[in-house]
Design a protein around this ligand. Structure first.
Ligand code: DGT
Length: 230
């Protein structure tokens, strides 16, 4: 009996050492990334890592998200530097399950948000250069696993309405033009592939659908996400 116990423990250990199938959930602000992650809570053996927005809103009592929206020229660098740290933490967090589902990634921070701040001069070229060097250094020196990207594709006007409706205080002054620009940056990264590398294959879902219909759309991704778990 004891050798059977040892054998089963060894097989559990080696199962734990297998890298999880890692999925990034990407899409514009208000595209339903959190709702998508919640849909997968019903399945066993999945680690769900929701975005650390709450950490950005309370770092030792400071609301970095609010500071960034109120005075972007002054705070964008500080904010993005903290976003990078919290995203890297999520990338490196071990998952004791066969599947790991993450909300966003270091890639969308760099290719969508930082890219936007660089293009509209919110970031000084020197600040952008430092953030970009950090991104490159991490990419080349720290393993970041990625097996699939789920892109929740939306129309800017639809997510704009959702953002207004959910009324997150920091986002009240967000103009439609910002949402449109972020949309183009997601498309350029995930569909038009303007950056040299995209870390994983992309599954595109229609995230314009409202809550009553979206579950069927989410189900379309279950097979690809869960195949490693079943
Ligand atoms: P969801 O569930 O699709 O509605 O997702 P949201 O809107 O809760 O999450 P997200 O990541 O689209 O937006 C988080 C807020 O942080 C939003 O006001 C945009 C702002 N933000 C600025 N820079 C960054 C960045 O580098 N990364 C992320 N994720 N958010 C950033």
């Amino acid at each position: 009996l004891s050798h059977l116990t040892v054998a089963s423990n060894i097989s559990k250990m080696s199962a734990n050492n297998v890298k999880p199938f890692t999925v990034f959930v990407e899409g514009n602000i208000g595209s339903g990334k959190t709702t998508f992650l919640e849909h997968f809570r019903q399945f066993e053996d999945i680690t769900l890592l929701t975005e650390p927005v709450e950490m950005w809103r309370d770092l030792k009592g400071c609301n970095l998200l609010e500071l960034m929206y109120k005075d972007p020229e002054k705070w964008a660098m500080t904010f993005q530097s903290y976003v990078s740290l919290t995203m890297l933490d999520m990338h490196r967090r071990p998952a004791p399950t066969p599947v790991k589902l993450m909300e966003r990634s270091l890639f969308s921070a760099r290719y969508c948000f930082v890219e936007h701040m660089m293009r509209n001069n919110t970031l000084h070229p020197a600040q952008f250069a430092v953030l970009d060097e950090w991104f490159r250094f991490i990419q080349h020196n720290i393993p970041i696993d990625a097996d699939l990207i789920v892109y929740l594709k939306t129309s800017p006007s639809i997510v704009y309405q959702r953002i207004k409706k959910r009324a997150r205080s920091e986002e009240q002054c967000v103009p439609l033009s910002y949402i449109e620009e972020l949309h183009r940056l997601h498309e350029d990264w995930l569909i038009n592939r303007i950056h040299a590398e995209c870390p994983a294959p992309v599954l595109v879902l229609d995230a314009d659908l409202d809550l009553s219909q979206i579950t069927d759309e989410y189900k379309r991704s279950e097979h690809q996400i869960l195949r490693k778990a079943v």
